[in-house]
Design a protein around this ligand. Sequence first.
Ligand SMILES: [Zn+2]
Length: 216
Amino acid sequence: MNTPLSRLPSDPRSALLVIDMQYDFMPGGALAVAEGDGLVPLLNRLGARFRNVVITQDWHPAEHISFASSHAGRDPFDSITLPYGPQTLWPDHCIQGTRGAELHADLDLAHAQLILRKGCNAGIDSYSAFVEADRTTQTGLAGYLKERGIDSLFVAGLALDFCVAWSALDARAAGFNTWVIADACKAIDLGGSLDKAWRDFQAAGVVRIDSAELTV
Ligand SMILES: [Zn+2]
C-alpha cells in the first residue's frame, strides 16, 4: 500500500534534495558507489517535477580528517575514534576544485536554487547536509529551507546509507516531513550500514517511497 503524501513534488512547500552526485562517487571514482551514475536520468526526471531543488556537494580540503591518508598506518574503511566520535576513514575524495568533486555533467537540474557544499571543515566530516559530524556545527540548510517556507523534503542520491541517511535523519530531526526515494539512491553497504539506515528511517519517521509513487 502506498504511503499517502501530505506534500506533492510540485507544492512550493516541497523540495527535492539531491545528495552528492559527484564523479568521485561514480564508477571509476575514488569512492565509487556501484551504479551511481545510473541514477542520473531518474534524478533528472524527478527534478523536473519539483519547483524547489537543492543539490549537495561533498567538498573537502586536501588532508581532510576523514581521509585514511591523513592518519599514519590507517587504511580506507578503517574506523577510528575522533574527539567528536567514531569516524570511518575513506580514500581521498571530493577534494575542493578537483574533477572528482564536480557534479556529474549529465545531471540536468539547472533550476536548482542552491548547491550546498559540505565537509569543508578540515577537522570535521559531514555526511549530513544539515549538521556536521560533531553533531553541533550547522550547515545552515535547515534555516535556508524554513525561511523559504519549505517543510517537506524528498531525499535522493548517494550514498543511501551514509550521506542520504544522515541528511534524511537530520531533516526529520529538524522538523521536516521527510521521504527517501528508494530507487533514486544507491548504497555503499559497509558492515550492515544499509540495513541500519532503513531501521533508523523507520524509527525516526522518515518514510520510504519509490519514484513511481510521486505522481505530480
Ligand atoms: Zn566526504
